[in-house]
Design a protein around this ligand. Structure first.
Ligand code: G3P
Length: 218
């Protein structure tokens, strides 16, 4: 399972990269805005800065909602760096744009996916990755992890090459459940990744080992 970090914060990306377990980065317009990144050139510079920090896929999301606009933006993003993945929303124009990018060899991440039907459309259009938002599904009292299981089952049945990228992760448990469900990738806040390290028995065990060492070694 690959780990992506879901942030546009350069310090968090550096911290996750330093852990040695990071495979890529996803961003979205809300995460960019949270970092105060605005204006076309600043946005572009920020994507390049992220690509220079991590040797793996970096999702850059289009803000256009029409096919022509998405193509223009996506081609510009893709030309920035070999690791850019163009993030495209699950809409009619978005699916057409994914098909276009796929025919040009440009990688895509189909975002805002909330159903298996949407995931099938994205795969048929040739999306490189599909992003079901599991946390937001849980928030609406449905089961986000169950959607991951369903999509993984369908993709394996039909041998779709699209990778299942579990997004909107809220906890370490979400990551583990998505791994069990067969997600290819989880994109997570840094806090959820760090949460995986924690176990009280690890802390107790380490304290005991150090205390025993001290007893005989001073
Ligand atoms: O990658 C999509 C993700 O950022 C959405 O997460 O927490 O805003 O639902 P969230």
């Amino acid at each position: 399972m690959k780990f992506f970090i879901d942030t546009a914060n350069l310090n968090e990306i550096k911290e996750a990269e330093a852990l040695g377990i990071l495979d890529g980065v996803t961003t979205n317009p809300s995460l960019m805005a949270k970092e105060g990144i605005s204006g076309e050139q600043n946005i572009i510079n920020h994507y390049v800065a992220i690509c220079n920090l991590v040797d793996g896929p970096v999702s850059a999301e289009v803000i256009s909602v029409d096919f022509e606009g998405m193509v223009k933006e996506g081609e510009k993003f893709a030309a920035l760096h070999k690791n850019i993945v163009v993030k495209v929303p699950m809409t009619v124009d978005g699916v057409k744009a994914i098909k276009y990018f796929s025919s040009k060899g440009i990688k895509t991440n189909c975002t805002l996916v909330f159903s298996a039907g949407q995931a099938i459309l994205a795969a048929k259009a040739g999306a490189t990755m599909v992003s079901p938002f599991i946390g937001r599904i849980d928030d609406s009292n449905w089961d986000g992890v169950q959607l991951i299981e369903q999509i993984v089952h369908i993709y394996r049945t039909y041998n779709f090459k699209t990778e299942v990228l579990a997004a909107s992760i809220r906890s370490g448990l979400h990551i583990v459940k998505c791994a069990e469900a067969g997600a290819d990738i989880a994109t997570c806040p840094l806090s959820s990744i760090k949460n995986l390290f924690k176990h009280p028995l690890t802390d107790i065990g380490l304290a005991q080992f150090l205390a025993d060492y001290k007893k005989v070694n001073g």
